[in-house]
Ligand binder design. Structure first.
Ligand SMILES: CC(C)(COP(=O)(O)OP(=O)(O)OC[C@H]1O[C@@H](n2cnc3c(N)ncnc32)[C@H](O)[C@@H]1OP(=O)(O)O)[C@@H](O)C(=O)NCCC(=O)NCCS
Length: 150
């Protein structure tokens, strides 16, 4: 697989104007779910001082189109990743790795000691991806409860 990460990919912090392109990318990468409105998720993250959405731009594509994203947030104890996705036509070229490393660097810069993420236990591909980057499965059950009445 050609490695284009050294030449045409750059990572930057997402801005409000990136919303349509980022949401389209989330949809193309299969990251959206019926119970989460992606526009609301995007706006909440951009408005929060301890969250970032990072974008991988491909300068080799028309209009520097985004080819990948990751959302990271620091809760004061751990850092969490969400919405990691690379455009289907740009996968397995090192872009996902670049995004995770950039998100780790941001978490480190704000004093966060550990990065965490949730992946469905039957998602072998994403588990293999994070394992390749040094992440280890943890014996926990994730519980959740909506606080917004939805
Ligand atoms: C997961 C994802 C972001 C990985 O991005 P990517 O740019 O393709 O990954 P990289 O090229 O940086 O891969 C780095 C390493 O991870 C491992 N890896 C990546 N994808 C893999 C796969 N499908 N199966 C097994 N290992 C994989 C490999 O070791 C790879 O190195 P190699 O290509 O030299 O063998 C991408 O597949 C994606 O967008 N998937 C759909 C969205 C998704 O499921 N996101 C996660 C939600 S929890």
């Amino acid at each position: 697989m050609p490695d284009m990460t050294q030449t045409t990919i750059s990572i930057r912090t997402a801005q409000d104007a990136d919303a349509p392109a980022v949401i389209a990318l989330w949809q193309a990468a299969g990251l959206t779910r019926p119970w989460n409105d992606p526009a609301t998720d995007y706006a909440l993250a951009l408005a929060h001082p301890m969250a970032r959405v990072l974008i991988a731009d491909d300068r080799g594509r028309d209009g520097h189109s985004p080819v990948g994203t990751i959302m990271a947030g620091y809760d004061g104890h751990r850092g969490w990743f969400y919405y990691l996705g690379v455009a289907p036509t740009a996968q397995r070229q090192g872009i996902g790795r670049m995004l995770v490393r950039a998100a780790e660097a941001w978490l480190t810069s704000v004093g966060c000691p550990k990065a965490m993420l949730m992946v469905r236990s039957d998602n072998a591909a994403v588990t293999a991806f994070y394992t390749a980057l040094g992440y280890e499965a943890q014996a926990v059950t994730t519980l959740g409860r909506r606080l917004d009445g939805r």
